[in-house]
Design a protein around this ligand. Sequence first.
Ligand code: PLP
Length: 459
Amino acid sequence: DPDRAERAKRALELDLEYVFHSWLAQDGRQPFTADGGQGSWLWDGAGTPYLDFSGQLVYTNIGFSEPRVTKAIAEQAARLATIAPQHANDARSEAARLIVERAPGDWFRRVFFTNGGADAIENAVRMARVHTGRRKVLSRYRSYHGNTTTAINLTGDPRRWPNDYGAEGVVHTFGPFLYRSAFHATTEAEECARALEHLEQVIALEGPSTIAAIVLESIPGTAGIMVPPSGYLRGVREICDRHGILWIADEVMSGFGRAGRWFAAELANEAPTGVPGEWTPVAGAAAVPDLITFAKGVNSGYLPLGGVLVSEPVLDTFRQRPFPGGLTYSGHPLACAAAVANIGVLSDDSLIANADRLGREVIGPRLHEIAATSAIVGEVRGLGAFWAVELVRDKNTREPLDPGAPMNALKQACMSRGLLPFVNGSRTHVVPALNITDEEARYGLALLGEALAEVESGL
Ligand code: PLP
């Protein structure tokens, strides 16, 4: 491509001059300039390839430039590029059917479409408040739910701090996280029991009759990919049932195959076997959330789309009574056509099962090997194509590695080897496309191992 270098150079110049960016100080940025992508690979203006271990913001579940999805978008654009939300449209109707059919349990009925994850959370909470007639919502400290008012207030991580103008009705709790246990637990079973007891106490002291919902990422993602111990989500369901509280499962990051299941809430009815990344059904368990929020992987981010899966009891509340909410682009046909094609790719290519296998056979085993030999990898955890590598200064004290210079060095060490990492705080997450080949995944893990060794030797 003779124009590539010039195009990328201009993209960078104009970005630095005209684009106002998320979360960062505007000066001093040195962004990577992507000029194109295919499968698990991106390339820059020089044509240098980078293997994407980040899924961008953990959403390109089918990788880049999947022709079945780009073709579906182009065909929809040619026939009907847009339509207001009150009219029926085949792309939207079909997307809703496909999503409802893949929801866990047997009581999800409808989809309310949004533009992304944050507004899915906003609307799920609104549904829960109207449905229960209650105001308060519980969430976790280690969480991210998005950047609109309610979603950022529910968020636990420090991005909430500068945006917290009074979190009306929001109460934060501790979830289970054995490596950094808030409960002095030493086993997953203990952590699980104490986290549930803590939740129960918070509910008792906040007043059960005032709480509309508990919002939980089925697996907290950005905050560190803490797969909940077996029994935790089942326990949450039981507590919610006892107090008439709704369980809202935030599956924006964990849904659509990322965790080797259509929705990670399915883990409520499974237990780990002891083999890293391997879980098996628990006989008789049938815990299902009341509302599920999704975005990202629903169409692999080819166009902005999110939504709320609505269970029958919540739907019943709005059968005769208007739902007080709406969005101009709710169920946008281009985004929905991308979802239909994306779900087709995930299904036809068995990518949900492939993600699960990748976790068990490729990513999990290699990361555990790296952890065993590295002095700075405190813990690796995850399943499917959803893994965290927790970096520490000292494996005994578990003091986190400084998120500044050493983590920047890790990012550089990855980039200089042609690996695009997802670095957050003192962790790097291994979150590739679900159709990354085993060879590509092994190659990327080898590069990550080298980069970690380089950072360790530079400390
Ligand atoms: N919920 C979770 C679990 C997320 O990971 C994110 C984004 O990372 C969001 C909500 C917000 O989604 P969006 O950025 O599409 O608004």
